[in-house]
Write a protein of this length. Structure first.
Length: 266
């Protein structure tokens, strides 16, 4: 984990990992959305939110820099009401420049990209007034898991600058084996992998979590592609020595999607 920055822990915002799940969570009233609404009310109000999204996959790392990012409806076959939703949060070119500065120019500003549902779906529950500036960061698919973690560490100072850092993905995300019943019993292998991650997070075993593929077939079932797992590594990279990690929501949806959400610090 990174060295402690100079700011006091009391002034440091928590960081989050959010298992965002189905786009239907945009409009659902369930345990997940209620817990997200509670978080938005209980957490210190940030000056901005930076979301590392499982749904923006790029060659090279990008961050949104538009002053009014569009709402991207990056899903298909859902009720029309979802496509009519807009989340009109402002962006921040200034914060995008700060992200570039902290990463030595590795993360490049993109003034055209909007917010996909990994960001706006969650934030619509947390900050329904859309009055907190939001930036989204992509996942560079040319990087391995350790490089993603190391890139995340360089963003950790933003927690001391009033920015709520959030990784948005899912610890277990296998749509090839999904049960379309949202309340279906979770698969045994999904429960087992989620429990292993929870224990490793609790024990601070970041190396094990970075090298999760050593879990073999269970890991490949849980994350047949790594896009939804990688945001967890960013969230862990933002953890400071001695900080606790709390599960602030836990459920499964559709049998093979873990909705576990974590709060780091605070």
């Amino acid at each position: 984990m990174p060295d402690s920055p100079s700011a006091s822990p009391a002034a440091r915002l928590p960081a989050l990992f959010v298992g965002h799940g189905s786009p239907l969570n945009c409009v659902a009233d369930n345990a997940f959305t209620r817990d997200m609404r509670r978080l938005g009310q209980e957490l210190p109000r940030p000056r901005a939110v930076l979301v590392v999204s499982a749904h923006w996959l790029t060659s090279g790392s990008l961050v949104t820099a538009g002053e009014q990012p569009a709402t991207i409806h990056d899903f298909y076959g859902f009720p029309q009401e979802l496509y009519e939703l807009r989340y009109a949060a402002p962006g921040s070119a200034e914060l995008a420049a700060r992200v570039g500065e902290l990463t030595g120019g590795e993360v490049v500003a993109d003034a055209q990209r909007g917010l996909d549902h990994a960001a706006w779906m969650v934030l619509r529950n947390m900050y329904p007034a859309a009055d907190v500036p939001v930036l989204e960061m992509s996942l560079d698919l040319t990087l391995n898991e350790r490089r993603h973690y190391e890139l995340g560490r360089r963003l950790a100072p933003l927690r001391d600058e009033g920015v709520l850092l959030m990784g948005s993905g899912n610890i277990v995300h296998n749509l090839l084996r999904i049960d379309w019943n949202v309340e279906a019993n979770p698969a045994e292998w999904a429960v087992a992998f989620d429990a292993w991650v929870e224990a490793a997070v609790r024990d601070g075993r970041h190396d094990d979590l970075i090298e999760y593929l050593r879990r073999g077939p269970q890991a490949l079932l849980a994350a047949p592609t790594n896009d939804h797992y990688l945001p967890l590594l960013y969230s862990l990279a933002w953890q400071q020595p001695g900080e606790a990690v709390e599960t602030v929501h836990m459920s499964f949806q559709h049998s093979t999607v873990s909705m576990r959400c974590l709060q780091i610090g605070g």
